[in-house]
Design a protein around this ligand. Sequence first.
Ligand SMILES: C[S@@+](CC[C@H](N)C(=O)[O-])C[C@H]1O[C@@H](n2cnc3c(N)ncnc32)[C@H](O)[C@@H]1O
Length: 282
Amino acid sequence: MADLKLEPTAAMVMELGAGVFAESELGRRYMAGLDLSAAAELIDEHRRRGILELTRELMCNRKAAVRRELLRLVDQAGGAVQVLLLAAGKSPLGLETAVERPERVTAVFEADVSVPDDKRRLYASLAPGPAGKVRFVRADVTSPELPALLRAAGFDFGSPAVIALEGITHYISPEACRALLGVFASGEGRNAVIVEYGPPLAALADWVRPKARAAFSIIERRYFPQGMIKYDRAWFEAALRGLGGGLERHYPMEEMERLRTGANRFFSGPGSGWVEVLTGRL
Ligand SMILES: C[S@@+](CC[C@H](N)C(=O)[O-])C[C@H]1O[C@@H](n2cnc3c(N)ncnc32)[C@H](O)[C@@H]1O
């Protein structure tokens, strides 16, 4: 039964990324618990503007890359590690990680301005043991109160953590983004971070730019008229270095596609996608 009702953008992200969640039994059962009906209008507009298939592939590549990197960084930690998903939304990534790496992951923290009780219940019904490790933290990730709220939920700033920022940099300013990364600067590279972001339209290949513009405008017109915020690899490289850490890996869309599907069918060449993922140390 579909219990967890999603608002339109969250529903759209889950609908477009469904191909990745369908790869596991847990993902399929989680998806069956979601009510994605609110995505219908947004999906329809993607179809009308001729970007549905491309955006679906892009979202699946993003979802697969973030999950793959999260598990890789948990493994790379070499011992017990905390996982923190900033602006976790309705993604099942927290539960998937607790299920996939039961010996490594001590706790998963999902921080978001909205913490739905129905997501908590869905997690508990799907995998009661691993769900017990997931702590939902109601927090604005740009607020100075974030560290105290995390600490109160049991997050240990003295122990290693893998931290993911997926689907959030688009909505926060560079100052807020740098401050957020700074919260996790350990001074010794103890923490790993995964960041998903949108590069400036000017950096995209000519054939992609109109499609990217259409994809962003579908969201901006309804929910973010001030315009979604763009970042690039150099910005994060400088920010991470300025915080005593550094960039580790960078995945443009064509590489994410190749790693997920083994080929480049939709994205090839530089600037072929309007989403990138990188990892770094803090
Ligand atoms: C597009 S969804 C991304 C969800 C998930 N990370 C993913 O990629 O599937 C954006 C999420 O960010 C949350 N959010 C937006 N601004 C936030 C803020 N300042 N602090 C915490 N959460 C925020 C929203 O509540 C929503 O759940």
